[in-house]
Design a protein around this ligand. Structure first.
Ligand code: HBI
Length: 96
């Protein structure tokens, strides 16, 4: 079992993820990524999928042509957890 982050822990984690927004309704974090075209967007999704599977932690996401919207929250914790932060950081590593 994993615990949801406290408000203070969340604030600290989000300081390190300036491009991610906190979603109050879902107790999760969101970011929209935009690429040159569909192939770039889907290539990114493939790389994220491999990271997610390795971590056994999976995004809620959608894709429209060159845009990928990602929401990270932890169902097991009922909200945002360290696992979401770790996955967000790993995703940032792909697009740097
Ligand atoms: N992915 N985002 C997210 N949240 C979870 O709680 C979660 C997951 N992937 C797999 C997973 N939990 C497993 O541990 C089981 O709950 C199936």
């Amino acid at each position: 079992m994993i615990e949801a982050l406290s408000e203070a822990e969340r604030a600290e984690a989000l300081d390190g993820l300036p491009d991610w927004d906190y979603d109050d309704a879902r107790d999760g974090i969101r970011r929209t990524f935009t690429f040159a075209d569909f192939v770039e967007a889907f290539g990114f999704m493939t790389r994220v999928a491999l990271l997610a599977e390795k971590a056994d932690h999976h995004p809620e996401w959608s894709n429209v042509w060159n845009r990928v919207e990602i929401l990270l929250t932890t169902h097991d914790a009922g909200g945002l957890s360290e696992r979401d932060i770790e996955l967000a950081e790993a995703i940032e590593g792909l697009v740097e």
